[in-house]
Design a protein around this ligand. Structure first.
Ligand code: SAM
Length: 200
């Protein structure tokens, strides 16, 4: 990605997927008591909206490229959440992420980037969190053998063909990014889908 080679899954696709999965993901993460969420590469803001609807005390920031945030602006307005969902335009590989936050969500953004870019971004996420904050990575990971799940192996081919630098990573690689950044209690919360670390 990064302005070079956009994936063929459109933002509208992302929005539809997010509308279906966002509320369930929000509930499963059990974020009660957390007040500040950064939805990094948050696209149309569907996860941020779903999370705010599940947790009434939560305020979210959707960080994305300026052009994408035009869609997010409309989605947030339609949901009536302008007072709780802020929009932060920028390039997450170059710009300051703001903060401090209690939770940073990276949902379906890392498979468009190189291993090293992801390592750097996870470190940046660490820097934007308050002590005790959580970084949650939701993605389509391969298992340690690299041969499953079946859907992800097909998606890995799509990423290989349609991006210049993306890749489907293994769960262990995501845990490695988190540990190298300084996170503790690094866990695979959902098999080949969600990993999380906590800032000490
Ligand atoms: C596949 S969409 C995921 C959207 C959302 N997180 C979700 O799970 O539905 C990837 C998002 O990352 C954003 N993105 C990609 N590179 C970026 C960058 N360098 N800085 C900020 N946002 C970026 C894209 O604009 C897009 O909205």
């Amino acid at each position: 990605m990064n302005g070079q080679n956009p994936p063929r899954i459109s933002l509208v696709d992302c929005r539809l997927i997010g509308q279906q999965s966002g509320p369930d993901l929000a509930k499963r993460l059990k974020l009660g008591g957390r007040e500040r969420l950064l939805d990094l590469g948050g696209g149309a803001g569907t996860n941020a909206i779903a999370f705010c609807q599940v947790y009434p005390e939560l305020h979210a920031t959707v960080f994305d490229l300026p052009a994408t945030l035009k869609l997010a602006e409309k989605t947030v307005k339609d949901a009536g959440l302008e007072s709780r969902v802020a929009l932060h335009p920028g390039d997450f590989n170059r710009d300051h992420l703001g903060g401090p936050y209690d939770v940073v969500l990276m949902s379906d953004i890392l498979h468009y980037q190189t291993f090293q870019m992801n390592q750097d971004l996870v470190k940046k996420g660490f820097g934007s969190l308050a002590p005790g904050g959580r970084l949650v990575i939701k993605d389509r990971f391969l298992d340690e053998a690299g041969t499953g799940p079946a859907w992800t192996t097909a998606f890995a081919v799509h990423i290989l063909v349609n991006t210049q630098q993306g890749s489907c990573y293994r769960v262990g690689q995501a845990m490695q990014w988190l540990q190298a950044a300084g996170f503790v209690s690094v866990v695979e919360l959902e098999k080949t889908a969600v990993v999380q670390g906590t800032k000490p």
